[in-house]
Design a protein around this ligand. Sequence first.
Ligand code: B3K
Ligand code: ZN
Length: 877
Amino acid sequence: MSEQTPAAVFLKDYKVPDFLIDKTELTFDLDETQTVVTSRLHIRRNPESDAATAPLILDGGEDVKLIGVAIDKYELPKEEYNVSNDKLVITATPDAFILTCETLIEPQNNTRLEGLYRSSSMFCTQCEAEGFRHITYYLDRPDVMSVFTTTIIADESRYPVMLSNGNEIERGKTEDGKTFVTWHDPFKKPAYLFALVAGDLEVLNDTFTTMSGRDVALKIFTEKHNIDKVDFAMDSLKRSMKWDEEVYGREYDLDIFMIVAVDDFNMGAMENKGLNIFNSSCLLASPETTTDDAYLRVEAVVAHEYFHNWSGNRVTCRDWFQLSLKEGFTVFRDQSFSADTHSDVVKRVEDVSFLKTAQFAEDAGPMAHPIRPASFIEISNFYTLTIYEKGAEVVRMIHTLLGADGFRKGSDLYFERHDGQAVTCDDFVSAMEDANGVDLTQFKRWYSQAGTPILNVTDSYNETTQTYTLNVSQMTPPTPNQPTKLALHIPVRAGLIGPDNQPLSFTVDGKEQTEVVLHVNQAEQTFIFENVASRPVPSLLRGFSAPVKLDYGYTTDQLLQLMSGDVDGFNRWSASQQLAVNELLNCVQQYQAGKDLTEESSLVSGFESLLADSTLDSAMVALILSLPSQAYLSELSGVIDPHAIKAARKHLRLLIASSLEKEFKKIYEANTVTDAYQASAGQIAKRSLKNAALSYWVASGNDEAKSAVVRQYRNADNMTDQFSALSIIVNNQLAEADDLMSAFFEQWKHESLVVNKWLMLSASREQENGLVQIKELMEHPYFDIKNPNKLRAVIGGLGQNVETFHNLDGSGYAFLADQIILMNKRNPQIASRLCTPLTRWKRMESRLSEKMKSQLERIASQDLSKDVYEVVSKSLA
Ligand code: B3K
Ligand code: ZN
């Protein structure tokens, strides 16, 4: 480990800032070798601080070189300030003053992609969470909100476009012939929302008229070769703006809204005020180069970043422990937008499936934390599925408890009460309580308690009294630093299904109904349903009304009944998944015991009736057909045996494929889309069902299917069909696989985002010498280690490659550790994310577990960034 153990910060230690910065004036003299940043900060002591003589302590980074500092007009001599430990400390200051600071930075050498850096030939920034301190010394914390004016000076021939937050207010020439542009953002904001972009960019222009009749200029900027791929993003933006007006009453506030696409970006996108910056993978879309999934992602991310304008920017976080205040809420908002735009059930299934696979695994691992963590070492490590996805589930539960109208009253009050403020999760809940006259005290435990609760449910039916009883108990397993847990308030949406597959009515709380929200809020509880005409099958946790694991001993027949008969579409999917999970885990056990895997599967008959029912939504059928993933089955396993899981999935797939070969052929042929490509719900549904059917049909080994998939590859006019075909060909190891992989690369090598898809498929491909192939990919001329998307493509592909990654000799893990060590200093955020698979070591089967652990120890022996240190040390604890 590094000589100094990085220290944790604690929520309980929060103190208001000693100083405030009312105005921030920045000048950037941009240059390829050295950029000079001059800041004029209008600072005063915070009247709310009890430290009336506290020194001024500004945050900085090792990469920021201080040239000079002045208070008002007085240039401070060296003895009057101190620069150490990434801080600039000035002991004696007036109560109100202007601090001028000149710093020097080298964006071209910034490989962390945090602060100001270069991507291709552009300058761009990423300041959340603590990136601004890599630009200049500042009070880099979200509760210090300031009005920013930013001047950019650059050579106009290379940087004709120069952007920052707010409105352009001035433009001209400097004495040495450069161009300057000044931007002013009238809304005060924390430094994490600051942005700057300069480059030779093209723009797509549009306008949006807000509900009060103001015209907003919309501009999307990309490098020249990509400007033909932003129409869909622009359309998504306009639909998001309208949706936020209609559903939340939120109007956009500046006269201009800009989005810029950059290739080198650590995550998906960033909601900087008026100037969103996007990873090009989350913005660019064209039918030929972009799959349906990626289209939906573009739409969701554009919406998400736009929605942050209110949930995040106008009302921001007091401190980073409150991150879920903006992220959980905004994810809930973007999920609702996508659900309203397409199919709500399909969207819900996709979101829940992701949550149950990845967030539940996080909750069960060494990094488990509540949606409002109590401490962290490096905040970048807390942009997690727990903060985002579980955070959204918590907001969704509030929505369920209050109803749509009550929730809207609460959000109106929240925005009105806290506009322009930096607030806490408690403030959010208080607004919901106050607007509805409810008490959410117990509910708030969801904010402070980590782990996935388990709901254990048993039932009984009394025919004589026509009474049905549910006994529900809840238990949340221990997580790091939280050995014991309190009972949570869990809303369980439930209905009853009768023997003829009809919903049964019942009486609860004196009211006759067919669906009820049960308030589970004690360790053990009983719920009584009266006037139940016959013994029902319970349909529990409809729509996944709470992020919990439900344990009810459904029989196979009951699951088949729910799968075909539940009025709740989500629970139909859920039943099919449970059925598949039961059969797959059974196969896993058989494999481990060295037995032949069963040739019986109830899924076959379940799927048969599913495929015969033409009334069902194709996208839902496609979702039901896709077997629980390797990752989800791993999450469900007490001890993870990747090879057994892989064998079980393959076996069941082949069994279904060979039993229903004819049905799959029929479905494949019936779902061809002949109209021009559109990323519409209808077309996406058809393509997903068609390609799911094709995948089974080819797996059956049928020759006609093999010709069909090759034909689809060759004739496809869109990336969804082309790439689905290619993946099926490669995964089924058809004779054409090598040739078509090469052809695909040749066809698309000029499209960076498509190359990423090729890299990922190549890395995940099952081959002899898998690791040799992966090492070759990393030497490939089209691979670029500086580009996080490319690195994620290869390492992500490796993660899916069970044989290579989980090789019993440990070589897959050693290779991953090499990459983590390589990236540790170069880009700590990315390095830390790469650690995730190794954090699961305690749950792996013993041979693999030891191998993973030794790689974690090898990483731990290095001089580590805070980011990697935190994950590795917590994993080994
Ligand atoms: N708020 C950003 C995430 C920033 C991550 C910093 N490491 C994107 C988003 O959630 O909208
Ligand atoms: Zn966000």
